[in-house]
Write a protein that binds this ligand. Sequence first.
Ligand SMILES: [Zn+2]
Length: 79
Amino acid sequence: MSGKLLIVLLAVLAGVWLWRRGRRLARQAASVRPPPRVQTMLRCHVCGTHVPESEAAHGAHGAYCSAAHRAQAGDTGHA
Ligand SMILES: [Zn+2]
């Protein structure tokens, strides 16, 4: 066994070790859970109820808890 072959073998082993370590670090980074999305709460202009932005009825003058309250406020909305 020549010295050159031994060096090549060590280089390959080092490369594999670095590759495996990199994969492990990448997996750890991927497993970190993202922070929960902050839900913006909007206040209904008619009754004052706080509703999540995604569930609120959006009108031209603000947000409402429901389409009924948006209509009650005389707000026709964006469309
Ligand atoms: Zn309301």
